[in-house]
Ligand binder design. Structure first.
Ligand SMILES: [Zn+2]
Ligand SMILES: [Zn+2]
Length: 85
């Protein structure tokens, strides 16, 4: 019984380790770098912390975050670029 407990524990630990590993090796999203200063941007950041460049915005229609360079929302297809760059 104790052996079973230890095996379960080891399995759980292995699962957690694998999950953590999977998260750290996750490829960075396109647009993972600031177009202005080249600094790394995490996928959920909206503004570059180095130069304050706006790197992502929220779609006014569905509220999902997407790259500022997108003309259309990748989630709902709504036109999100209000003014041409
Ligand atoms: Zn920047
Ligand atoms: Zn949208």
């Amino acid at each position: 019984m104790i052996l079973f407990f230890f095996i379960s524990l080891a399995f759980l630990t292995w699962l957690i380790c694998r999950e953590l590993e999977r998260r750290t090796v996750q490829p960075s999203l396109p647009g993972g770098r600031c177009g202005d200063c080249g600094g790394e941007i995490q996928s959920d950041w909206l503004i570059c912390p180095r130069c304050r460049n706006l790197v992502q915005q929220h779609c006014p229609a569905c509220g999902e975050a997407h790259a500022c360079s997108d003309a259309y929302c990748p989630w709902c297809g709504d036109a999100v670029r209000e003014k041409a760059a």
